[in-house]
Design a protein around this ligand. Sequence first.
Ligand code: HEC
Ligand code: HEC
Length: 263
Amino acid sequence: MNAGVWRALAGLLAIGVAALLVGFLWLPQVKPDFTGGGLWDAICRAAGVPSTWAPAVPREDAQASRVAAVFTPALAAGGDVGRGGTLALRCTMCHGARGVSTSDVPNLAGQYAEVTYKQLIDYQNGHRRHALMQGLAAGLSEQDIRDLAAFYAQLPRPSPAGPATAVPPLVNVGDPMRNIAPCASCHGGIDKKPGSPWLDGMSQAYLATQMQQFADGARRNDTLASMRNIARQMRPEEIEAVARYYATRAIVGRAEGGAEPAR
Ligand code: HEC
Ligand code: HEC
């Protein structure tokens, strides 16, 4: 190769090094919003590395439930069914003698122990608001709550309240465009996510009211806003349709039966 080519290559190299220095070291540091310290931060920034890897942690929501770490098998095992049955005598007036209510009060029979536990703790702490239930939960000890949860979990679930209606699309498909995951991916059918209540056979009015309250923020004890984010996206007629569906849904595979062992 002749000298001309060498000179051209050397020139290119020099320009390349200069460009790297300017682009990776100098420019990032003179940007007004550059807050990093040294050269390494400057290089990272120029290379497009985000300054924080995780999204900023939202400020503590005073209303948000803190019962997130209770979904352990030990919880369900920790309750004394017999003692729970005695304590439940205070609840029968509204929730029914066998945990199945004939009014619009939620059924407790066959409800997962971790759900009954979490809801009672949330009423106790005021994370879920309801004058009657907050007053009733206030007097319960942690052990009382475990025993009640264990007692209700083993009662047979209610039979469907009427003929099953057609399955609304949100139940098994959801709506990806609106970021609505299928109900069945958490509430059973496709998958059962810990903390998601058993809904089948609950009163239609109760189910619709709860979704409405998640939508308008009156109920905000759902950990990570999992239900609020969904309910906000739902149209009123969709809320009615899924509430009717779950209220009347035939219990697949059995006429009636106790809860599956809590996972
Ligand atoms: C005076 C009527 C009444 C009595 C007595 C009562 N409850 Fe309730 N309970 C309700 C109503 C109404 C709701 C729904 C409240 C709401 O909308 O948040 C409810 C909700 C609940 C829930 C939440 C259920 C769910 O699916 O989210 C649990 C758990 C519960 N009650 C347990 C109990 C236990 C345990 C007792 C007895 C110690 C009891 N309740 C006594 C009326 C009553
Ligand atoms: C990502 C999981 C997830 C999906 C998807 C989901 N839910 Fe939920 N849902 C939950 C959890 C968790 C709770 C309990 C929140 C709490 O701790 O209070 C809940 C609570 C509820 C309640 C209140 C029940 C009660 O007894 O108080 C209703 C009603 C409900 N969901 C309906 C639905 C419907 C209808 C859909 C589909 C349109 C749906 N959910 C989709 C996780 C989910």
